[in-house]
Design a protein around this ligand. Structure first.
Ligand code: MV4
Length: 480
């Protein structure tokens, strides 16, 4: 494998290129009209234009990307996350073109892209599942019968769903029919597939996912968990590894379950198996993401492995030389997604020109970044500027490092989620580890954040005043 095309943009394109360069592999960037001068383009050995700014005219046009890859004699395509990364048809087209897709086979992507197909695949593997049904339900009467069996509240979910779309909670029999109709029509308009199914609603779960890697020789390993419960509207904001609530026994059980999920679809490459965990630490398989995830760095920091390097090695047909027993958790890592969104104003997108853009540096700090000073934030794409990642011997150390790093991250020109990240890091519920997926809803408001910022400004002012007075005293003290 001599040359890789990265079918993505921003921080993840740069992240993948860094490892390719380390391995002596040439890199090709793709770019849209809006990204002509983007850092990922300059970072690559070669770059190729793929169309207009809107992603459906550039980063989502698989055929064009494959054509350009062929012209440039590319050996492999890395899709990153988002865009074409979980598009089974794209993976299949890449396979057919004779280029290596750095990811799982298209069949595995297809199976795991459908929640019902995924349930079907894992059926015989004895994986803990949320009580419910594993087939499409269309008749509200049937749904009522199921709900009576498993008990209210229930959750109606779209098989093709993602990001909470086509999902409805139902508290009682009266609401069921209308909510079911809504879920079905939402699923049809969002995914073109109206299949829905019914599960018991786990009311205050934690979202815990397991990183797995599988080679093409049947070796499948798990790289422990990531805790991703701190999210708002299905958008993760802070992730960490390890989770502070897992016991070694549960960790092993979840890891083994995740490996079975991967085996159920003959998975090859890096993947993530998502679980819900209830207050009694019961865990349930939710879905599998067949890509490298945004939050993969926290796993890299606690295991010491470069996941992109392992992806590339697996893609070029190498055997995983690591054994499960060799993998150990070392220290604690946190990741804050820095979005150009105004945490004081309902997280509205905040685009503009980054007149000042200065990253924090130091031991235990990693920033996976796609921006630089002077750049306009394009309106066409995901507004994530970077991922601020900290690593310490303990969770507390990682949290303190994160707070310092946030203070040393200087951005002028756009509002970001940095102040929100600091709010979370200072919050008792987060610090104690006692939180679930409702953290933001339960504890966060712009008013509370405003209060904290004012309190901090007062402290800063008194410190400055004391320094000033001390200095005056010194100046007035005659030298002896
Ligand atoms: C659930 C659930 C409670 N009970 N399933 C949200 C997105 C989709 N991937 C699955 N999701 C959920 N499924 C049952 N049976 C609660 C959620 C959920 C959630 C899950 C993970 C992280 C954040 C979440 C926020 C709201 C709801």
């Amino acid at each position: 494998m001599k040359k890789i095309l990265i079918a993505n943009r921003g921080e993840i394109a740069i992240r993948v290129m860094k490892t390719a360069k380390k391995m002596g592999i040439k890199t090709v960037a793709v770019y849209s009209e809006a990204d002509r001068n983007a850092p990922h383009v300059r970072f690559a050995d070669e770059a190729v234009y793929i169309g207009e700014a809107p992603s459906n005219k550039s980063y989502l046009v698989g055929d064009r990307i494959i054509d350009e890859a062929k012209k440039l004699n590319v050996d492999a395509i890395h899709p990153g996350y988002g865009f074409l990364s979980e598009n089974a048809n794209f993976a299949e087209q890449v396979e057919k073109s004779g280029i290596i897709f750095i990811g799982p086979k298209s069949d595995a992507i297809r199976i795991m892209g459908s929640k019902l197909a995924a349930k079907e695949a894992v059926k015989s593997y004895n994986i803990p599942m949320v009580p419910g049904v594993d087939r499409a339900v269309t008749d509200p009467k049937e749904a009522i019968e199921i709900a009576k069996k498993i008990g209210f509240p229930i959750l109606i979910k779209a098989s093709a769903g993602g990001g909470g779309k086509g999902m409805r909670t139902v508290e009682n029999e009266t609401d069921l029919e209308i909510q079911m109709k809504r879920a079905i029509s939402e699923a049809i308009s969002a995914f073109g597939d109206g299949s829905v199914f019914v599960e018991k609603y786990i009311s205050s779960p934690r979202h815990i996912e397991i990183q797995i890697l599988a080679d093409s020789f049947g070796n499948t390993l798990h790289f422990f968990e990531r805790e991703c419960s701190i999210q708002r509207r299905h958008q993760k904001v802070i992730e960490e590894a390890p989770s502070s609530i897992l016991t070694p026994e549960i960790r092993t059980k979840m890891g083994e379950a995740a490996i079975k999920v991967a085996k159920s679809c003959n998975y090859i490459g890096a993947g993530t198996v998502e679980f819900l965990m209830d207050a009694d630490l019961n865990f349930y398989f939710l879905e599998m993401n067949t890509r490298l995830q945004v939050e993969h760095p926290v796993t890299e920091l606690i295991t010491g492995f470069d996941l992109v390097e392992l992806q590339i090695k697996i893609a070029r047909g190498e055997k995983l030389l690591i054994k499960q027993e060799d993998l150990k958790i070392n220290g604690h890592a946190l990741e804050l997604r820095v979005y150009a969104e105004d945490s004081m104003n309902n997280f509205l997108p905040s685009v503009g020109k980054l007149s000042v853009y200065q990253l924090p540096v130091g031991k235990g700090i990693r920033v996976d970044n796609g921006f630089e000073a002077g750049m306009d934030i394009p309106i066409y794409y995901d507004p994530m500027l970077s991922k601020l990642i900290t690593y310490g011997k303990t969770r507390k150390e990682a949290i303190e490092l994160m707070i310092d790093a946030i203070d040393n991250y200087k951005i002028v020109g756009a509002k970001t989620t940095l102040p929100f990240g600091k709010f979370v890091c200072n919050h008792e519920a987060f610090r104690s580890g006692n939180f679930d997926t409702h953290f933001v809803k339960n504890y966060y408001s712009a008013a509370k954040l405003q209060k904290e910022i004012e309190a901090e400004a007062k402290i800063a002012a008194s410190v400055a005043l004391k320094l000033y007075l001390d200095e005056q005293k010194l100046l007035k003290t005659p030298l002896t």
